[in-house]
Ligand binder design. Structure first.
Ligand code: BMA
Length: 371
């Protein structure tokens, strides 16, 4: 198919007039404006999940300053965007689902923000009806059960309350709430999470989003949250918007898209399929972002184990460079699963290519966004 080629001047899709949104506090408005400026300048920020908490070969953070990341080990700078996950916060647990203490999650967020970085949170919440995890799709009654009138509604509101208290506890050195991107109920166009497409109706999904939003932003007054909506691959523009809760509930149009390889075919084949998927989707998401006046982001991506050493500059970069995305975030580098990594690390096959990726003028790391 024909892919439109954007030139940087055409990337000025968002007004950079310092527009203030009333549902956001001054910190969140400043974060949104900063991201808009990045886009208007034709730049794309790089993000990495859990970057400051652990890496491929180290399982605990430096509790003093959170100044280590695999990314920094490789290229001398941290990612501009730090991804973190809140799975487990609903129970008031001490650790998240990936065994990171919520104290360290909070501290890492504050450290990154303190250095001028941006922070985004996902939430792999457990299944409130069955007691299973996010991936427990054994029942399609879950979303219905937590909406008002459902048997689990009251219990779920306690989960949201625990989540809200965590967000409220994110404070900078002067006690102000730290602005963050919150990306709940992600990849809902697939059916691997209990809030997925085959597990609830579009109306139920929208109600879940709006209930979450109204409680956090309304009742709890958490105006430090910028809301990111993130369907995954396999949708066209209509599918992308099918469960969209509405412009007043969403600030960023995200997209989650991974490269997969069957182990047999040439890697070039999966590279090409991933590129095609990304470019097709980013073409319509760019258009939707423009129509709705929203930033767009590649909210999760990667190729597990990065078997193609030049993946960063030969696959990812060419696939995204023509689109006005605020950031691209690759998933975590697990320390306890040797092949479960999506970012670089010292000694990785892709290390040198990642340095080339870091050196690209269009890709922003932490030092590039520090004022
Ligand atoms: C998945 C994997 C899991 C992890 C989950 C939440 O993609 O990385 O190991 O528990 O994300 O971070």
């Amino acid at each position: 198919m024909k892919i439109p080629v954007f030139i940087p001047a055409a990337m000025i899709l968002f007004s950079c007039t310092g527009q203030q949104y009333q549902h956001l506090d001054s910190g969140a408005n400043a974060l949104l404006s900063k991201m808009q400026k990045t886009v208007n300048d034709g730049k794309i920020m790089y993000g990495h999940e859990d970057a400051l908490l652990y890496g491929h070969s180290w399982c605990s953070p430096d509790r003093q300053d959170y100044d280590r990341s695999d990314v920094k080990d490789v290229c001398g700078d941290h990612p501009a965007v730090l991804g973190l996950d809140l799975g487990g916060i609903e129970h008031g647990d001490s650790n998240n689902l990936d065994l990171q203490s919520f104290d360290s999650v909070r501290d890492a967020a504050a450290a990154h923000f303190g250095r001028g970085g941006h922070v985004t949170f996902s939430w792999h919440a457990d299944n409130p009806l069955t007691g299973g995890d996010s991936w427990d799709v054994s029942s399609s009654d879950v979303v219905g059960s937590i909406l008002p009138g459902g048997q689990k509604h009251d219990e779920f509101m306690i989960w949201l309350s625990n989540l809200a208290s965590f967000f409220d506890s994110l404070r900078d050195a002067s006690g102000r709430r730290i602005p963050v991107i919150f990306r709940p109920w992600h990849e809902h166009t697939g059916s691997w999470f209990w809030w997925g497409r085959n597990l609830c109706t579009a109306e139920q999904y929208k109600s879940l989003w709006i209930m979450t939003h109204d409680y956090l932003a309304g009742e709890r007054g958490l105006k430090n949250l910028i809301w990111a909506y993130s369907p995954n691959t396999g949708v066209d523009a209509a599918g992308y918007m099918e469960r969209y809760p509405g412009d007043e509930y969403v600030d960023i149009f995200g997209f989650d898209c991974y490269e997969f390889h069957d182990g047999n075919s040439p890697l070039e084949q999966s590279n090409a399929a991933y590129t095609e998927q990304l470019r097709t989707a980013l073409t319509f998401i760019s258009e939707l972002g423009k129509q709705h006046g929203k930033l767009i982001a590649l909210s999760e991506t990667g190729f597990e184990g990065i078997p193609y050493p030049q993946w960063w500059t030969e696959v990812l970069y060419p696939a995204i460079k023509d689109y006005p995305i605020a950031y691209v975030l690759t998933w975590r580098n697990a320390c306890d699963r040797p092949t479960h990594f999506y970012g670089p690390f010292k000694g990785a096959g892709c290390e040198h290519d990642f340095i080339r990726f870091h050196n690209l003028e269009q890709i922003y790391f932490l030092q590039d966004i520090v004022e």
